[in-house]
Write a protein that binds this ligand. Structure first.
Ligand SMILES: [Fe+2]
Length: 171
């Protein structure tokens, strides 16, 4: 019993199943998307064997799709970065699985170690870089799935030409 609350349930809570929401198969709230990313991050068997490192271009792999969302696995060798970009109409959750990434925005930069998560809304502009000496792996959930990733000119925030359709890379 929680003595800090006046609310108490009389009887057996298991008898009120008609008031309980069934577990959802797919995430639908920000908290649920964050939770899904944490669950994947904690289960290395789901992703560790898939990771590849490519020094010539950033490597990415679509790990999972669901109604309205996509989950991508990315790797970053030291020095690789996305360049300043936004995510079109997509919201997202970025989770560092291994190593350390640096996120740069107009407000400054922050180091994101393994387990760090960033949730962003449509239009959020950032540049993600592996500034470390070790490879890094990250997980990116997009809702809706990423269809456009407009690049921005460094520093001044002026938008450059968006990549052609079908040429979307993730970050
Ligand atoms: Fe991004």
């Amino acid at each position: 019993m929680n003595s800090d609350s006046d609310l108490q349930i009389a009887g057996d809570i298991l008898e009120v199943t008609h008031l309980l929401q069934p577990a959802r198969e797919h995430p639908a709230t920000v908290a649920e998307f964050v939770g899904m990313a944490r669950t994947i991050a904690a289960d290395r068997a789901q992703w560790a064997h898939l990771v590849e490192y490519d020094a010539t271009s950033r490597w990415y792999h679509r790990l999972r799709t669901g109604p309205g969302y996509e989950v991508w696995l990315l790797s970053w060798v030291p020095g690789q970065g996305s360049g300043p970009h936004d995510h079109g109409p997509s919201s997202g959750v970025l989770t560092v699985l291994e190593g350390e990434l640096t996120e740069r925005t107009e407000r400054g930069q922050r180091a994101l170690g393994a387990g760090a998560q960033r949730v962003f809304a449509p239009g959020y502009v950032h540049d993600v870089v592996n500034d470390s000496l070790e490879p890094a792996v990250s997980l990116h959930v997009y809702y809706p799935g990423l269809t456009d990733m407009p690049m921005h000119a460094a520093r001044c925030g002026v938008r450059e030409t968006a990549p052609a359709a079908g040429d979307v890379v993730t970050a």
